[in-house]
Design a protein around this ligand. Structure first.
Ligand code: HEM
Length: 445
């Protein structure tokens, strides 16, 4: 049973550097030239197109010429590109045929290193329900879903608003600062700390761990895979402490306590419990963080939309959906075919890897008029697929929407106009889509 954890050593020291990106940058400098090349026209796994923000015309051409196509060789092996709303929703509506299971390779384009011992791989595997199929997926999703009901979200609203207001009130007007660090990371880790009842002073560890856990490109660097494993063990150690504390206490409203005291917990191994915690941290971290950065960047790029936001805050709820569409903080999810199949005339073989490019589908011109433009009152903004579709659709969507809505409302109350005035650095990745740095200056409108 899952609740039989023993208390780990309290004096343990958790590392806080280097960040995953620093480690990968250093590794690339030394080994970049040894990586397999991207040689094929539609190989959109190359991260330069995301870090340099030049993916838009490539995907537009793909949607027009070959919305489903096969890349036969890439650093991630062969894979199918699936690039429109209709084709992605079709794949996601057949979860038995197109599996999310870690046993076939999971939910990102990266595969485990071919030279890894299967026993070591199985031992390192953190089972998460995002990378499981039915029926296991259903049972485990149910353990966390109660934390995201409308009632629970409403309960969190006051605290999220208070923290957001306090963070915005620390920002200097008229002075340049990094929005990613001072606002996006601060608010996202703060929200996760509230959700888990995580010790406030250590909340930046959540960002540190999440970055290591979620960096797909890191999988290209063999040595860093081992470092990642060590760091995830440290995270497990920390959560085990919280687990021991909470399992001996009265049930409370935080997610760890909720999971520990749920019926499904009796059927979950300690590894599964830990895996699902990691999933919630990674799921809630980069995504919301990058949307918070993407929103201010987009409002600065589209002054007419900023003027609309300033003149009429009633556009905020729909505007949040539009910003999520426009930013699309997770570029893709992956599925693996469990049998031969016909996909809109393409012959998919059992074992084939399909990459569902949400980033492209959210620019699908057959669904969204003028898709490269931010339009806060776009009528069908809600049709975006940034949260996925079907049985795995994001469980934290309501919480993310709440946070983003509150951020925009509190910015509006303070009459904050944010200008991008300095460095803009994007994430070098084909999975997480967002900003590493965004230097901004605020004035009052
Ligand atoms: C703008 C913010 C967010 C975006 C764009 C986003 C996006 C996604 C996507 C694309 C998926 C996979 C869907 C699929 O395979 O069909 C997903 C699943 C998930 N997300 Fe989010 N997410 C966001 C925020 C959050 C937050 C705040 C949390 C929790 C704190 C969270 C937790 C999860 C979990 C647990 C899953 C797995 C669901 C399942 O497999 O059933 N996400 N999210």
């Amino acid at each position: 049973m899952a609740t039989q954890a023993t208390a780990p050593d309290q004096a343990f020291t958790y590392r806080r550097s280097p960040t995953a990106m620093e480690a990968f940058d250093a590794w690339l400098k030394e080994h970049g030239q040894d990586l397999p090349r991207h040689t094929e026209k539609w190989d959109v796994s190359r991260s330069d197109i995301y870090v340099e923000d030049k993916w838009q015309p490539i995907f537009a051409a793909m949607r027009a010429e070959a919305p489903i196509n096969k890349v036969t060789e890439s650093p991630y092996g062969a894979y199918w590109n699936v690039s429109t709303v209709k084709t992605i929703q079709h794949v996601e509506s057949l979860p038995e045929l197109y599996s999310s299971s870690w046993q076939y390779g999971g939910i990102t384009i990266g595969d485990p290193p071919p030279d890894i011992d299967p026993a070591v791989l199985a031992e390192r595997q953190l089972p998460m329900f995002i990378a499981m199929d039915r029926p296991e997926h259903t049972g485990q999703r149910r353990t966390v879903a109660p934390a995201f009901t409308p009632g629970e979200i409403a309960f969190m609203e006051a605290e999220v608003r208070e923290r957001t207001a306090a963070t915005l009130d620390t920002l200097p007007f008229g002075e340049q600062f990094d929005w990613v660090d001072k606002v996006s990371i601060e608010l996202t880790t703060g929200m996760l700390a509230i959700l888990f009842g995580f010790p406030w002073k250590d909340r930046r560890l959540l960002t540190y761990w999440s970055d290591w856990a979620g960096d797909v490109e890191l999988g290209l660097a063999r040595e860093l895979i081992d470092v990642r494993h060590e760091i995830l063990l440290e995270m497990g150690h920390y959560f085990q402490r919280l687990w021991v504390e909470r399992s001996g206490a009265e049930p409370s409203r935080d997610l760890i306590s909720m999971m520990l005291h749920s019926d499904a917990m009796n059927h979950m191994s300690p590894q599964e419990f830990m895996g699902n915690l990691v999933l919630l941290i990674v799921g809630g971290n980069d995504t919301t963080r990058n949307t918070m950065s993407g929103i201010v960047h987009a409002l600065d790029q589209f002054p007419d939309q900023r003027a609309l936001f300033e003149a009429d805050p009633s556009v905020i709820p729909n505007g949040v959906q539009e910003c999520i569409r426009y930013v699309t903080p997770l570029a893709h999810m992956r599925r693996t075919a469990t049998a031969d199949a016909d996909l809109f005339g393409h012959q998919i073989s059992k074992g084939d890897k399909l990459i569902l490019w949400y980033l492209s589908a959210n620019r699908d011109e057959t669904v969204f008029d003028n898709p490269d433009k931010l339009i806060l009152n776009r009528e069908n903004a809600r049709r975006h697929v940034a949260f996925g579709y079907g049985i795995h659709r994001c469980v934290g969507a309501r919480l993310a929407e709440l946070q983003l809505k509150i951020l925009l409302e509190e910015m509006h109350k303070r009459r904050m106009r944010v200008h991008v005035t300095g460095k803009v650095e994007r994430v070098r990745a084909n999975f997480v889509h967002g900003f590493r740095k965004l230097e901004t200056t605020i004035e009052r409108f």
